[in-house]
Design a protein around this ligand. Sequence first.
Ligand code: MLT
Length: 327
Amino acid sequence: MKITKAIACATAFATLALSSTVSLAAGYPERSITMIVPFSAGGPTDTVSRLVAEAMSKDLGQQIIIENVGGAGGTLGAGRVASAEGDGYTLLLHHIGMATSATLYRKLAYDTLNAFEYVGLVTEVPMTIVARKDMDAKDLKGLIDYAKAHKDTVTVANAGIGAASHLCGMLFMSAIQTPLVTVPYKGTGPAMTDLLGGQVDIMCDQTTNTTKQIQGGTIKAYAVTSPKRLDVLKDVPTAVEGGLAGFEVGIWHGIYAPKGTPKEATERLSKALQVALKDPNVAARFAELGTAPSSASDATPVALKAKLESEITRWKPVIEGAGQYAD
Ligand code: MLT
């Protein structure tokens, strides 16, 4: 009799535990969610994150709170999420740096392809090659000539090895076959402050951080890295027009969760992301900043997983060819 009762109790407990796990996911989210942005506030990743988080919060009925964790080109913030509880209440919004860091850092605190669950792609942002407003060059060729002539003193800002600004700077230096002095920041928000003040000379940064400054004439734009000119920056030639053959790079962004986050949670988050990206205000704001929302089919776990895997493969030989590593 006692054994039967014990088995009945154990079965009831197991059922309750299972149903409470399912009901947690079914009622998910029941409290606010933290979204880690692996760069400083005020930069392009932060801008994209706050826009999307606000729109997702409306659909989820719970606040998504942004926490900026900058440093080491985005890998500190990514590492924070990799080691977080997979309960659906911690997210990471990161970009192409997730893929490039897998090669750049030979001692990462996490295994890029096994430490995360996937929510979906958010947007792909073009970059701009910009300089302090008093830069003495009238076009991209002039900027390249100036950089070569002053290679020991010209400074190029970036957000650390693994950042999109680092990748673009690395491609630029490879294309002109001239190493330049690089100045790392915890994000291109603070880097922009120094560019505006003339404390640093050149930066390759995303249109989500540079468009308004270019339009306002507070920095000089020499090229965009998109295949064709941007509606919001019609007078800025593409890097290919400026003579850098094949110089095209788009900074794709995705939302991740720690490994073990329930599928019900990542699917619910992907739905909220798709709703957010269809929000006319989000699309309008992205357009003002030179970018556009990812499609509903790209705002899915399977699409982000495929993108990350293919981009790691794509950038590995490029990074190895440049011989730049973080350690
Ligand atoms: C980068 O990778 O350069 C980041 O976008 C910088 C930032 O968001 O602050």
